[in-house]
Ligand binder design. Sequence first.
Ligand code: HPA
Ligand code: ZN
Length: 331
Amino acid sequence: MTTTGTPPLPKAELHLHIEGTLEPETVFELARRHDVELPYADVDDLRARYSFTDLQSFLDIYYANMAVLRTREDFAELASAYLRRCPDQGVRHVEMFFDPQAHTARGVPMSDVVGGLTDAIDAHAGDVSAGLILCFLRDQPAADAEATLRAAEPFLDRIVGVGLDSAEVGHPPSGFAAVFGKARALGLEPVAHAGEEGPPSYVREALDDLGVRRVDHGIRAIEDDELVARLARDRTPLTVCPLSNVRLGAVPGIGLHPLPEMLAAGLNVSVHSDDPAYFGGYVDENYAAVRDGLGFGDDELRTLAVNSFESSFLDEPTRTALADQARRWHL
Ligand code: HPA
Ligand code: ZN
C-alpha cells in the first residue's frame, strides 16, 4: 500500500496478463501506427464499453483490442509501460502471463512476442525482476496448445511456467493433461485459472490432472469444505484478483468477496490485478480495495504480501529475503 511519505508494501505480482495492461490510449496510439481501423470513436467511447457482465463479455473486447499489437517493438513497449509502474506499486517481482495463441493466430511470430516482452524485462531488470508464464487458451483445441508449446521451445530459457486461461466454463482442465505433462517434463512450472467462474471440481482437476503449483483465482474452492482442507493442508497458493472478480460479476460486490473467509480457512491467498487496464486498477488498487471494502488492516495486508513472495517461483533465498521485507513493513 502507498501511504504518503512511507515506502509502498513490497509485493510480488503473480496474476497479471500483460495484454490486460493495454490501456485505451495505447490501443489508439498503436492503431494509428499500424493503420488499424477501430470500431470505437475515441478513448472515451472505448472505455465506456468496459462494463462487463461476465468473463466472456470481457474476453470479447480483450482479444479484439489485441489486434493493434503487431511488432516486437509493440510488445516491448507494452511490457515496458507496465514494468515502469512497478516501483511505485511496491512490486518487486512479476510473473506475467501472456497469450501467444492470440497473437500467432494473427500472424505475429512467437519470436516477436517473446522477444519484445524479454527486451522490456531486460531493460527494467535493475528495478524489478520478471518472468514469463505462457498461457494456453482453454477454449481452443488441446492440439493447438501442443503446437504452441512446440513453437515456444526455442525460448524456454526465458519462460518460467505454463498457465491455462480464457473462457472457463465448459473447458475443464482435464482436457489439457497431456500438454501440461509435456510442459512439466520440460521443466516449466504449471499453474492454471480454475474456480473463477467454474466449479470447485475444476480446481480439483487442475491439481490432479495438471499438477499445478498455483491456482489462479480459485475463489469458488470455498464452496467445497474438503477441497478447502486439502488446499490449506498443502499451502497451495491461490492468486486472487478482487477488482476483477467484482467487475466480471464473479462476486456481487467487494464487501461480499470471499477473501476474509479464505484467509480464515488457512488458505495461502495473495492479491493481484489480472487485467488492470480493464478492471479499474493495478495491484496497489486491489490492496486498497480489500483495505477499504473488506476492512483489512496492516496485519492482513502484510500476510497477503508475504504470501505473494512465498508463492512465487523465485529461488528460495530471494523468496525468503523479500518475504521478510514484507513482514517488516510498517513495524
Ligand atoms: N480469466 C480467464 N482468462 C483470462 C482472464 C481471466 O480473468 N484475463 C485474461 N484472460
Ligand atoms: Zn487471469
